[in-house]
Design a binder for this molecule. Structure first.
Ligand SMILES: Cc1ncc(COP(=O)(O)O)c(C=O)c1O
Length: 408
């Protein structure tokens, strides 16, 4: 009871300062908005601000086709059909999965309510070796988790350890990956490497090298490319798909988000065999024990998938990367995390929480909202200002950030 560090969660809580609360009180985050137009939002003080917070990198969410699909959903079904996902679903849910199969030719898609639900539903079954397309050694799996893999995967460690042990590695330290893979080999286990595609706070992961390394051991790479979907690649198939050579190699399980650039809501998994989807629909925890996706979002997702296939998304991708170039040129004096890369996220890393706080105050005074983050999102004692870029930002809005950062 008196032990100040009884477990990892308690230790993390003890190391978390009140910085987030202070940032909320100072109006730097935790906002409530009462109106939006493009990238402009109205805050509780009645003023309009330019936001670099939303992860809707293509600005699809107010596209007339998606807005109309919500109206259609309401007319057809009302707001919701509350059942477990594998008992009743609207026809559009299956259409969405078929359309995703066209975005990723040859793959079978399964849509969940969220990316976290994909992880919870898929990883234990994958590790248990019950997915026909992804055999696992008799000795079981070794989960090999990259240090910066998204928290929604890290949080499952205790669940995964019911299926097989876990090891960690750092993407910037190839030796740590070699050691983890050697451990899998020496124990006769199948390595399952868990990584992001585009890191939510960091950079681009070299998914191709990881896929080759895992394939050499009969293992798999499970890629959470939540931030990479739609923003690049043919038909908006995403960063990881493109980096993998515009295919999903047999050693890769690719996971995407429908809630970020896709303009809708939910998460999806791509598998190589339809039989995998059959097992997951029958046995994945959120499919069996969770409610179905909101009907309005199912129809939004389906329409957005059509916009990936008909070229609408390709045009928005072009605008996003133009804006990213503009942002990098305007800020060329400073060093921004991800500058010059094909990530839609830029970051200003600060050595102290106080420095990040002070800079976020200046930005807000200049009418700009960024996302200031502190431990446990970034390393203890440090801060990061995160900027999410969008196809919808105007050159003036981008310049306003640069002008303010120049004085920070
Ligand atoms: C990389 C990544 N994976 C997973 C998630 C969780 O997504 P969801 O809210 O759909 O569970 C996020 C959330 O932002 C994310 O950035």
């Amino acid at each position: 009871m008196n032990d100040p560090t009884p477990n990892r969660i308690a230790r993390r809580s003890a190391a978390t300062t009140d910085m987030y609360d202070r940032a909320v009180r100072a109006g730097l985050t935790g906002h409530t908005i009462s109106a939006r137009s493009g990238k402009s939002v109205r805050l509780a003080d009645g003023e309009e601000y330019v936001e670099f917070v939303s992860c809707s990198y293509l600005g699809l969410e107010d596209h007339p086709r998606l807005v109309q699909s919500v109206r259609t959903a309401l007319d057809l079904y009302g707001t919701h059909f509350s059942s477990s996902r594998n008992s009743v679903e609207p026809a559009e849910a299956r259409q969405l999965e078929e359309l995703l199969g066209e975005v990723y030719p040859g793959m079978s898609a399964l849509v969940f309510n969220s990316v976290s639900s994909v992880h919870l539903g898929v990883l234990p079954l994958l590790g248990a070796g019950v997915l026909p397309g992804y055999p696992i050694a008799a000795q079981g799996p070794l989960f090999v988790i990259e240090r910066t893999a998204h928290a929604s995967m890290q949080a499952l460690r205790g669940v995964l350890e019911q299926v097989g042990p876990a090891a960690r590695f750092r993407i910037e330290d190839p030796q740590s990956l070699t050691e983890a893979l050697d451990l899998a080999r020496s124990q006769g286990r199948t390595p399952i490497v868990l990584v992001d595609g585009i890191g939510s706070m960091g950079g681009l992961i070299d998914v191709k090298s990881l896929s080759d390394a895992a394939a050499g051991l009969g293992g798999y790479v499970y890629v959470d490319d939540a931030h990479g979907i739609s923003i690049s690649g043919p038909r908006g198939a995403g960063y990881a798909f493109e980096a993998l050579g515009c295919e999903v190699p047999p050693s890769v399980l690719l996971v995407g988000s429908l809630s970020k650039a896709f303009g809708g809501s939910g998460g999806f998994l791509l598998t190589h065999r339809a039989e995998d989807v059959t097992v997951l629909r029958r046995e994945a925890n959120p499919m069996v024990f969770g409610h179905s996706n909101m009907i309005t979002h199912v129809l939004v997702n389906t329409e957005s998938a059509r916009m990936h296939l008909d070229g609408t998304v390709a045009e928005l991708q072009r605008k996003l990367w133009e804006n990213a170039d503009l942002f990098d040129k305007a800020n060329s004096a400073g060093t921004l995390v991800n500058a010059g890369t094909r990530s839609p996220i830029r970051g200003l890393a600060m050595e102290t929480e106080e420095a990040a706080f002070a800079s976020a105050v200046k930005l807000r005074e200049a009418g700009v909202l960024c996302f200031p983050v502190f431990y446990p999102v970034v390393a203890r004692g440090t801060g990061l200002l995160r900027f999410a870029l969008s196809a919808h930002h105007t050159p003036e809005q981008i310049q306003s950030v640069a002008d303010c950062l120049a004085s920070v």
